[in-house]
Ligand binder design. Structure first.
Ligand SMILES: NC(=O)c1ccc[n+]([C@@H]2O[C@H](COP(=O)([O-])OP(=O)(O)OC[C@H]3O[C@@H](n4cnc5c(N)ncnc54)[C@H](O)[C@@H]3O)[C@@H](O)[C@H]2O)c1
Length: 342
């Protein structure tokens, strides 16, 4: 077992754990309210229940996908907690991907001003990203993640065996974030991706968690260095919105990273050799980047939370492990992105 310790909680990582009771024993309440989605429920309800002996389990099952991450569903979960007489010392568990950790974390932060929260993430994004760092959110109308809080769990349990049932789309989704994490924080992550089964290795997942920890611990409220985690995301988010989320988050981040590297080279910020390194990484995971034009995604760039009328706080890479946050004007960014289009 690997353990990563953050100031307020620990993250336990292994291929599998026989039981969860030993992790939950410090939490007094005897009711466990588990929020999940229908895919994870269907695959792992029995597995989950076999790992809990000492608490009564209450399930709340959402339809899978980002469409479930709504303020309405958050209030429905509150309703479910009230109806089942949940107390603050009871435990609310997120059991699923990033959608589930985000909405469950949000509910945990508002229900009675804070109920015990435990994350048991079952996707790569969940394990290396959304369950770590305390950001919670729901979407509202067409605005993604527009309502949210910062709220830490009591602990996080990552079992990499859960990742074995992810489909190729979700694996690629996770690869996007793993590549980003490797480029900004640990080259060993990039080297490990050569191996197809690497994502099931607790060491790889723990290395990625350690990178995120480094940024979160130094800037919990995302005012400065935590922005670095946004590498590839400004353009990535715009592409997700443009394609109505048909291009997955991780894939959009890969495209966003490539365009950021090309723009960085054009602007004299990025070492030109990085483009070859990046192409090698994509070859290793068997991904061909689709062509998407600036004119198609331009209007969605302006929706970025880190932008204003003049420009945007944009993450470039000078080189591997050398991220650089620049405030860049819209006209300069446009010039670089348009002129590097193939
Ligand atoms: N809070 C944060 O810091 C943070 C960081 C990154 C992403 N996010 C959020 O996370 C969400 C994306 O996360 P995601 O990619 O995990 O999406 P997701 O939760 O929708 O999961 C993706 C799909 O995988 C399925 N799934 C989950 N676990 C599975 C398993 N073990 N086997 C088979 N299928 C499984 C789900 O049912 C779903 O269909 C977005 O809403 C994003 O905004 C939040």
């Amino acid at each position: 077992m690997k353990t990563v310790c953050l100031p307020n909680y620990n993250i336990y990582i292994d291929r599998s754990f026989d039981n969860y009771d030993r992790f939950l024993s410090d939490l007094k309440g005897n009711k466990l309210f588990v929020v999940t989605d229908e895919n994870v429920y269907f695959l792992y309800k029995d597995t989950f229940e076999s790992k809990i002996k000492n608490k009564d389990i209450f399930w709340y099952v959402l339809i899978d996908g980002d469409c479930s991450k709504t303020s309405e569903n958050a209030l429905n979960i509150v309703d479910f907690l009230i109806k089942n007489k949940a107390k603050r010392e009871d435990v609310l568990v997120s059991f699923g991907g990033g959608v589930i950790t985000d909405i469950t974390g949000f509910v945990a932060s508002i229900y009675m001003r804070g109920i015990n929260l435990v994350h048991i993430p079952t996707t790569i994004i969940g394990q290396i990203d959304s369950a770590i760092g305390g950001k919670t959110s729901v979407n509202y109308e067409h605005y993604k993640n527009v309502i949210g809080t910062f709220y830490d769990p009591k602990l996080v349990i990552c079992e990499t065996n859960y990742l074995k049932t992810l489909n190729q789309h979700e694996i690629l989704n996770g690869h996007g974030e793993l590549i980003k994490t490797g480029l900004i924080g640990n080259i060993d992550i990039l080297n490990s991706l050569d191996n197809n089964d690497a994502v099931y290795n607790p060491l790889l997942i723990s290395m990625a968690i350690e990178v995120k920890k480094g940024f979160v611990v130094n800037d919990y409220f995302d005012k400065s260095v935590r922005n670095t985690l946004n590498f590839g995301h400004t353009i990535g988010h715009a592409i997700e919105t443009l394609t109505n989320f048909e291009v997955s988050h991780g894939e959009a981040v890969i495209i966003g990273m490539l365009k950021s590297i090309e723009a960085g080279i054009y602007l004299g910020i990025t070492n030109p050799k990085l483009l070859n390194n990046f192409s090698e990484i994509l070859k290793n995971i068997g991904y061909n980047v689709p062509k998407i034009k600036y004119s198609d995604y331009e209007k969605y760039l302006f929706m970025d939370k880190k932008s204003n009328d003049e420009g945007i706080r944009f993450v470039f890479l000078e080189d591997i492990l050398k991220p650089k946050i620049e405030i860049i004007s819209w006209s300069k960014l446009k010039d670089a992105l348009v002129n590097t289009e193939k």
